[in-house]
Ligand binder design. Structure first.
Ligand code: NDP
Length: 250
């Protein structure tokens, strides 16, 4: 059976692009996300190109569902923890605890749930890889980022801790920390569907990263020889020299 890669949040953006890249690299891909119709149509596209694809509707915050998902898989070589996102851009003084809880749930506990339940299969593979898609928000703070920054620091902490704990096991732990990526839904979801607030995030930035740019780095890191562990890869657009240093034209 082919080497198998599980991609969470495969229904859009970076996750869908990563599934495309890993399918191209010869992996059987398992597409996991809540929107079944989206992963079904991606699966149809990939199968049309000869890929072996499994579709698995999944909410990564639902522990029982994740356990059932893990039990249903016969082989896992690569896990890409990509499901996640931001809610709002409120200052700490005004932020809603429910938004913070929801961000912690998906960005931290989601990674914990899926990683923990798939670790036995990754170990059995004899050559496993865990990828955590964190963010530059996992490495520095910015105004209005509070809840997302806290959650992505949590995702970073999981990757860093797990790499230490698994030293000696045949499992690599890779963290990919993207800066500004223009995907169709990330900013829209962050701002509750407000298109003008979402567009303002990228306003004047000549070339934010695309989902495929990030997928390319993920596929590159995953396809290095087994003994090469890309611990942490920070990837930003040229126009973003740092979280606060973004070149905007016009
Ligand atoms: P998208 O909003 O396009 O993708 C988020 C994905 O996560 C969707 O496929 C969504 O699918 C899935 N998801 C959300 N909640 C759950 C859940 N509870 N269970 C399962 N799947 C879930 O955003 P991006 O592609 O831009 O972001 C992907 C990752 O990259 C995220 O972790 C994000 O935080 C991170 N990132 C994004 C950056 C950006 O600028 N865009 C920058 C740095 C990091 P569904 O709704 O179908 O469940």
């Amino acid at each position: 059976m082919s080497r198998t890669a599980v991609v969470t949040g495969a229904s859009s953006g970076i996750g869908a692009a990563t599934a495309r890249r890993l399918a191209e690299a010869g992996y059987r891909v398992v597409l996991a996300a809540r929107r079944a119709d989206r992963i079904e149509s991606l699966a149809a596209e990939l199968r049309g190109r000869g890929a072996d694809v499994v579709v698995q509707p999944l909410d990564v915050t639902d522990r029982a569902a994740v356990e059932a998902f893990a039990a249903s898989l016969d082989r896992v070589d690569v896990l890409v923890n990509n499901a996640g996102g931001a809610i709002g851009a409120d200052y700490v003084e005004q932020a809603g605890p429910d938004d913070w809880r929801a961000m912690y749930d998906v960005n931290v506990l989601g990674v914990l749930n899926v990683t923990q339940t798939l670790l036995p299969a990754l170990r059995t593979s004899g050559d496993g890889t865990v990828v955590v898609v964190s963010s530059t928000a996992g490495h520095g703070a910015y105004e209005g980022g509070g809840g997302y920054v806290a959650a992505k620091h949590g995702a970073h902490a999981i990757a860093a801790t797990l790499r230490l704990e698994l030293c000696g096991d045949p499992i690599r732990v890779i963290e990919i920390a993207p800066g500004m990526v223009r995907t169709d839904e990330f900013a829209l979801n962050r701002f509750g569907g407000d298109e003008s607030r979402a567009a303002a995030v990228y306003q004047g930035v000549a070339e934010p990263l695309t989902a495929d740019d990030v997928a390319d780095t993920i596929a590159w890191a995953v396809t290095r020889p087994s003994h090469v562990n890309i611990d942490l890869l920070v990837v930003r657009p040229r126009a973003q020299a740092a979280q606060h240093k973004v070149h905007r034209e016009g």
